[in-house]
Design a protein around this ligand. Structure first.
Ligand code: 5GP
Ligand code: MN
Length: 339
């Protein structure tokens, strides 16, 4: 993988460009993809964003989402776009398998893949150019850096700015996680100077729940949360019939895993959601327990040291038991935190 800087001088020549991100894109995946989309359009490139799957309703307000191609719904068109793209930007993931059913077409596409990402252990051999930096708060911050370093700060439209802010805001937990560096705050100040309307973004993301989603959260916290104080660990398991009962859609479970981390003493939180086709796990930690390593070792996953995910095809109860075994295997580290 050659340095991302090598493409700065190539930006002026119009090309066919695809931008994609990980399946079930979150605020950072969608925000960075659309932020880059709005920037690249100013050069006259032919740009299309393809999402490997659908995305949460609370992201629909973002400028440009109406033009995003859902790979699972429009596979034929998306495959053609991938085949003919000169450049394929891969944002907020670093292993092609994170694009699920799109993986095969993405791997076979003849164009150059370009990585911009902040996760651990990138498959660098799969990308022509790119930048991978695990110290960055978000991929959206990296897109902002890319725009500034390539000399395009004045090309950032208000749409572009709102999208970038969404990515940085969601991936930093509204500027509270440790990766929220001084440069993140400088970025926000710069975006404010350029017209950012931050409260519009906060309202669209956080005050945009359906009533069902609130009642679902109440049910989950009352009935589906187990706390293992001895291991400083909390686990939520969500059966499929509960998702159906509350009419839960893509993205509605996002953020739930953070609630148990607010319990005194809890250092590891996990949520296991039975999505039917698979059991999806999300891990969060505080105080240094490395959930990237944990997700890789036990659940075929990965991510960051303090936020990661994985998946399993075993039944929900079995996955829960496997997690409890893994938790006990890590008892020495998990139990050692003192408060
Ligand atoms: P979330 O729990 O919000 O889905 O994901 C937390 C972090 O872990 C995100 O940065 C996400 O990209 C990453 N992640 C989630 N699931 C997986 C997975 O199955 N494999 C890998 N490699 N990363 C994942
Ligand atoms: Mn991210």
């Amino acid at each position: 993988m050659r340095p991302l800087e090598d493409i700065y001088s190539l930006l002026d020549t119009p090309r066919k460009i695809v931008i994609t991100m990980h399946q079930k894109p979150d605020g950072d995946a969608m925000g960075s993809a659309l932020g880059l989309y709005h920037y690249l359009k100013t050069f006259g490139h032919d740009v299309v964003v393809i999402s490997p799957t659908n995305w949460a309703d609370f992201l629909h307000w973002m400028p440009g989402t109406n033009l995003v191609v859902d790979y699972e719904r429009e596979k034929g068109r998306a495959d053609l776009l991938l085949q003919h793209a000169d450049w394929i930007f891969c944002l907020d993931f670093n292993v092609l398998s994170r694009t699920k059913r799109m993986e095969e077409s993405l791997a076979a596409a003849p164009g150059n893949r370009i990585l911009i990402d902040h996760h651990q252990q990138p498959e660098t051999a799969r990308f022509t150019w790119g930048k991978s930096d695990v110290n960055k708060s978000s991929t959206a911050e990296m897109v902002y850096d890319f725009i500034k370093e390539s000399g395009g700060a004045n090309r950032m439209s208000l749409d572009c700015i709102q999208c970038i802010y969404t990515g940085v805001m969601t991936d930093t937990g509204s500027f509270r996680f440790p990766a929220t560096s001084a440069s993140v705050h400088r970025l926000i100040a710069d975006l404010k100077d350029r017209g950012l309307q931050h409260s519009v973004v906060h309202e669209n993301i956080y005050d945009n729940f359906t009533e069902n989603r609130f009642r679902f959260i109440g049910h989950v916290l009352s009935h589906l949360l187990d706390v293992y104080y001895e291991y400083n660990t909390a686990i939520i398991t969500v059966p499929q019939q509960i998702l159906q009962k509350f009419d839960i859609k893509t993205g509605d479970t996002e953020g739930l895993v953070n609630y148990p981390l607010g319990i005194q003493g809890i250092r590891l939180a996990v949520i296991i959601v039975d999505r039917g086709e698979e059991r999806k796990l999300s891990f969060r930690s505080k105080g240094g327990f490395d959930v990237n390593v944990f997700a890789r070792k036990y659940f075929n996953g990965g991510g960051h040291a303090s936020a990661s995910g994985g998946s399993s095809y075993e039944p929900l109860e079995k996955v829960k038991q496997q997690f409890l075994v893994a938790m006990k295997e890590n008892a020495a580290e998990l139990s050692s935190y003192s408060f």
